[in-house]
Ligand binder design. Structure first.
Ligand SMILES: *[C@@H]1O[C@H](CO)[C@@H](O)[C@H](O)[C@H]1NC(C)=O
Ligand SMILES: *[C@@H]1O[C@H](CO)[C@@H](O)[C@H](O)[C@H]1NC(C)=O
Length: 206
């Protein structure tokens, strides 16, 4: 699930006496670091941290150089930025039946993507571009609202919501098969006073 596995951070420190380098992740000292260069003038130190977790997002990483207890250490700080897959996508309302030519709003919610997921709606295998699309995004969530006017020919088709992290080229989907019914309008006897029928039913689709 996790994507960023490596944090590499270089620190250059000049001075005498030889400074001591300390790495801190969220204020906790890190034991292992690799000294890539130490020629008496410059020390280059590197850390590699595997098994990154989502919780590392925004973690602060500090490197301190101290060469005398009399002075406070020189320090550099970095914030961990991560690219994260979406963890979920869901069409939160899946109407059992829709009426032809009656507006309906479908809502699709995706969590966890960084950068935010891009949500695309599909009708079968084609992008659904009709209707009104409204997108809301914040730091953790993308919500897409699709207001559509189902047509009789949409009966039985699969509507999909796809949430993609374009940077990582990974996507999650949710879908459901829609059922579109034709709405029958009842007309009073007076308008259709043929034979014994009291009412006539006119459907808005064949
Ligand atoms: C991470 O840090 C950035 C920049 O300081 C901030 O805008 C954002 O809200 C933080 N995100 C989280 C999930 O803490
Ligand atoms: C982001 O939006 C979702 C859905 O509206 C909400 O539940 C969540 O609290 C929001 N998060 C932030 C950090 O604003």
């Amino acid at each position: 699930m996790l994507i960023i596995v490596l944090v590499v951070f270089n620190f250059l420190s000049k001075g005498r006496p030889q400074p001591t380098l300390t790495w801190l992740i969220n204020n906790k000292p890190l034991e292992d670091h690799t000294v890539l260069k130490n020629d008496g003038k410059i020390i280059i130190s590197r850390i590699s941290v595997g098994g990154a977790e989502r919780s590392w997002l925004n973690t602060s990483i500090r490197c301190q150089a101290t060469n005398t207890p009399l002075l406070s250490p020189h320090e550099r700080t970095a914030r961990v930025e991560m690219r994260l897959k979406p963890t979920s996508v869901m069409i939160t309302n899946k109407p059992g039946q829709m009426s032809a030519d009656t507006e309906v709003t479908l809502i699709c919610v995706s969590h966890g993507s960084r950068p935010p997921a891009q949500i695309t709606w599909y009708r079968e295998n084609r992008k659904y571009t009709r209707g009104k699309h409204h997108i809301y995004t914040n730091e953790t969530t993308t919500v897409s609202r699709l207001t559509m006017l189902p047509q009789p020919e949409d009966d039985g088709v699969v509507i999909r919501c796809r949430a993609e992290n374009a940077v990582l080229s990974v996507a999650l989907e949710d879908s459901f098969r829609i059922s579109v019914i034709c709405v029958a309008h009842q007309f009073p006897e007076s308008e259709f006073s043929i034979g014994l029928e009291k009412f006539a039913w006119i459907h808005n689709c064949q």
